[in-house]
Design a protein around this ligand. Structure first.
Ligand code: HEC
Length: 181
């Protein structure tokens, strides 16, 4: 009984301490100061577990398709390269200023970390839904699944592209407004 009340008092003090700290305003929320280690750790697990669970059962279509690649390239260039870069460009205002920093998708090998199918499902989910409290927007409300898969197909090839190949694959045809997919 004695231990139990000591434990309860300890928990109460801990809750008050954490609550008081949150309310005090002492935590640095500016994007130019990194999170403390425990906060980074919690956010990382929260993000990875949530994405893994949500993306688990997404069926991945055939992505090795040149039409898909040609549709995804111009979209990537216009909507994503400002944050996620392109061959020959190693930083932008967004890639430097955002916290957490947008990963450089021209060098980032998702497949190595997650395996090919899982990597594609994960990228599809992230592009469609975005990630809370980061600069990563949800593109699902304004783009259909087909267009998002096209960007996933493009992302799988992006790390292998030279600057010239990137330019060719991201050029938009004149009759292609980008909204007809
Ligand atoms: C305003 C900047 C911004 C734009 C524009 C943006 N992103 Fe992101 N994106 C981010 C940030 C920041 C993260 C990292 C979030 C995190 O660390 O949790 C991210 C994460 C990602 C990831 C996950 C990478 C990984 O392996 O964890 C993918 C895939 C991605 N974005 C694809 C895209 C695509 C495709 C587009 C264009 C349709 C796009 N992003 C546009 C900022 C952006």
């Amino acid at each position: 009984m004695k231990y139990l009340s000591a434990l309860l008092i300890f928990c109460g003090v801990a809750v008050l301490g954490v609550g008081g700290f949150i309310y005090s305003g002492a935590y640095q929320i500016g994007a130019d100061v990194p999170h403390t280690t425990p906060v980074s750790w919690v956010l990382e697990i929260l993000r990875e577990r949530s994405i893994e669970r949500a993306a688990r059962d997404i069926p991945v279509p055939e992505l090795d398709d040149s039409q898909l690649l040609l549709a995804g390239g111009p979209d990537y260039n216009e909507m994503c390269s400002g944050c996620h870069l392109e061959p020959g460009r190693t930083e932008s205002d967004m890639s430097v200023g955002l916290y957490p920093a947008p990963p450089d998708l021209t060098t980032h090998d998702e497949e190595e970390e997650h395996g090919e199918t899982q990597a594609a499902a994960r990228q599809f989910w992230i592009i469609k839904h975005g990630i809370k409290a980061t600069g990563m927007p949800a593109w699902g409300p304004t783009h259909d699944d087909q267009r998002i898969w096209a960007m996933v197909a493009f992302l799988q090839k992006l790390p292998e592209l030279s600057e010239l190949q990137y330019q060719i694959l991201t050029a938009r045809g004149e009759d292609d407004s980008g909204h007809a997919h």
